[in-house]
Design a protein around this ligand. Structure first.
Ligand code: ATP
Length: 356
């Protein structure tokens, strides 16, 4: 078979990658599915069985790849370390950019397969000699926010069959073909290894690594340093947080600052959290001409909803400097910022290291 017609697809056992397998097959590709064992919540391997079973029904080759050790090292350890440093980590962004897609490329190379695919709801576009990610047609499912770190060597090989689909259509598509389990799978919620609440995960992780002594009660203080109440330990709070502080004041207060060395959390009004400048490290830009020094760049620091205009430059220390045209609240170190052109082209992104 023409090597351009072979594709390695990441199969999670979920609806999207299952439908992606069907679409690629219908488009005439010889599909090989790979399921990475990243993390098995409560030891469940049902996802592996589902992926295997689907591959069998479709008559496609399927392999599994044990990435638990590397996932633990690169994603979970990083996640815990970031909270312990008073930051807000972005495990899904890191996993996609440094693990999932690079692993797909590595395995595909070993198998002599050119194309790489996933069930992400994104599309890609070729412009002036470069490939760009653009949001999926289903605005509600768009996952472009997580993919700003991918380089051209991966982008050029990507096939993104779900980009033109909506989730309801994907479910109907699987069901019409008799794949009822794939059609009715629940959407995955948040971070795969702690879908609900990171605090519970953090407590368990620290306890099982004999590190819980590092968590002591600390002081909530106001901006002037006045004691307000006791808190559970600084890693359990993130900048911008309002709910779950466990205190009852007669005004709305938000986490403005996390101070690990003092185990203090500074609380303030929302207005006091406003920032107009950010600095990013570990950044990636597809084409500097499309991003730097322009006045109409959109920046997102949240997966959903938020969008602001900004101007981006590289500063003397090699960090990306972002000037926000309107202030943003809840800018936390460790979080990702992704840049878009007004028409949706994903221009790059980076990790927030400072703001003012
Ligand atoms: N364990 C895994 N092994 C291989 N590929 C994976 C794995 N987890 C996710 N992927 C790939 O990454 C894509 C995006 O995964 P993510 O978990 O962010 O989204 P999702 O909407 O839940 O996808 P799905 O419905 O396919 O599970 C998946 O569609 C799949 O192609």
């Amino acid at each position: 078979m023409d090597e351009k017609k072979r594709v390695l697809l990441g199969m999670s056992g979920g609806t999207d990658s299952s439908v992606a397998a069907m679409l690629l097959q219908e488009a005439g590709y010889e599909v090989t599915g790979v399921t990475f064992r990243f993390y098995e919540l409560n030891g469940s391997v049902e996802y592996l069985e589902d992926a295997r079973h689907l591959a069998e029904r479709l008559g496609i080759e399927h392999i599994t790849y044990d990435a638990r050790h590397i996932f633990r090292e690169k994603i979970i350890t990083y996640f815990v370390d970031e909270y312990m440093a008073g930051h807000t980590p972005v495990p899904c962004t890191l996993c996609n950019n440094y693990l999932k897609w690079p692993l797909l490329a590595q395995l595909a190379d070993e198998m002599g397969i050119y194309h790489l695919a996933t069930g992400h709801y994104v599309r890609k576009m070729y412009l002036d000699g470069k490939y760009y990610i653009i949001p999926g047609m289903d605005g509600d499912k768009d996952q472009s926010f997580f993919l700003w770190g991918l380089k051209q060597d991966v982008l050029k090989r990507m096939l993104l069959p779900m980009g033109e689909m909506t989730k309801p259509y994907a479910r109907a598509y699987a069901s019409e073909r008799g794949f009822m389990k794939a059609a009715t799978k629940k959407d995955s919620l948040g971070v795969c290894f702690c879908p609900m609440d990171y605090r519970t995960f953090l407590r368990q992780y620290l306890a099982s690594n004999s590190l819980n002594a590092t968590l002591a009660k600390g002081r909530f203080i106001d901006e002037k340093g006045t004691f307000i109440a006791w808190h559970e330990g600084y890693p359990f709070y993130t900048i911008g947080q309002r709910r779950g502080l466990g205190i009852d004041l007669n005004r709305a207060v938000f986490v403005k600052e996390v101070r690990p060395s003092e185990n203090e959390i500074v609380l303030a009004s929302l207005q006091a959290l406003e920032k107009t400048e950010m600095w990013l490290k570990d950044w990636n830009i597809v084409d500097e001409c499309q991003l730097l020094d322009r006045k109409d760049i959109i920046v997102k620091i949240r997966y959903r909803k938020q969008k602001n205009f900004c101007t981006v430059n590289i500063d003397g220390e090699g960090l990306l400097h972002v000037r926000l045209h309107e202030p943003l609240t809840a800018v936390a170190p460790g979080q990702a910022a992704a840049f878009y052109r007004k028409d949706g082209l994903l221009l790059g992104g980076g990790i927030i290291t400072g703001s003012k």
